[in-house]
Structure formats: structure tokens, C-alpha cells
Design a protein around this ligand. Structure first.
Ligand SMILES: [Zn+2]
Length: 113
């Protein structure tokens, strides 16, 4: 048996449980115990090519040449990217690369330094 909680309204001890609700016979208050469902605000985990977890502000290197939309150049394999930012989407890393400006990368193509 678990101890039944006292009535939150009148503090009566004579509460009982009925179909998942607690009921107070003295003031007729009914309530449920909110079992804190872990409303997984769990932050999405972004991992690099090696499975290391990436965080905002990390520095990474690019593992392969990446074409840059709207630019005749590509980001070269081995390029260092500082101060990444995790974002939502298909490309899950936002960053700035010297000479290219703001870019988005896929975490599977980078490695944490
Ligand atoms: Zn009560």
C-alpha cells in the first residue's frame, strides 16, 4: 500500500483512490497526481562522423570537400570551422567559414577537434 496523499484542499487524511483519481470525501475534491512525464525536452544530440557529441561553440574540421551553394568554390576537406551552432534541420550545424560566410553543414561530414 502506498500512502495516500492528503487532500490538497482541506488537508483531510481520509482520501481514497478511485479510477486513477484521488478523492476527498470531506470536501469532494478530486485530483490526480501528475506523474511528471518526462516531457522529453531532451535536446537533440548532434554527433560528428565519429559519434562524438557536438555542442554549440565547438570547433570541427570538414571531412570532405563540400560544394557551396551559389559559390564557385567548395569548402575544402580539412577546413577548420570554429564556433559551430547546432540548428534544426537536414543540415544540423550552422557556422561561419572564412571566405564563405554563413553556412550550414551536416554533422556527418565533420569531425570535432
Ligand atoms: Zn478535501
Amino acid at each position: 500500500m502506498i500512502d495516500l496523499p492528503k487532500c490538497p484542499k482541506c488537508n483531510s487524511e481520509y482520501t481514497y483512490e478511485d479510477r486513477g483519481l484521488f478523492v476527498c470525501p470531506e470536501c469532494a475534491h478530486e485530483w490526480s497526481l501528475d506523474i511528471e512525464t518526462e516531457n522529453s525536452e531532451a535536446e537533440k544530440v548532434v554527433k560528428d562522423a565519429n559519434g562524438n557529441i557536438l555542442q554549440n561553440g565547438d570547433s570541427v574540421t570538414v571531412l570532405k570537400d563540400l560544394k557551396v551553394k551559389g559559390s564557385p568554390f567548395s569548402v575544402k576537406k580539412g577546413a577548420k570551422v570554429k564556433n559551430i551552432r547546432l540548428i534544426d534541420g537536414d543540415h544540423n550545424i550552422g557556422c561561419k567559414i572564412d571566405g564563405f560566410g554563413a553556412m550550414e553543414l551536416k554533422s556527418e561530414f565533420v569531425k570535432k577537434i
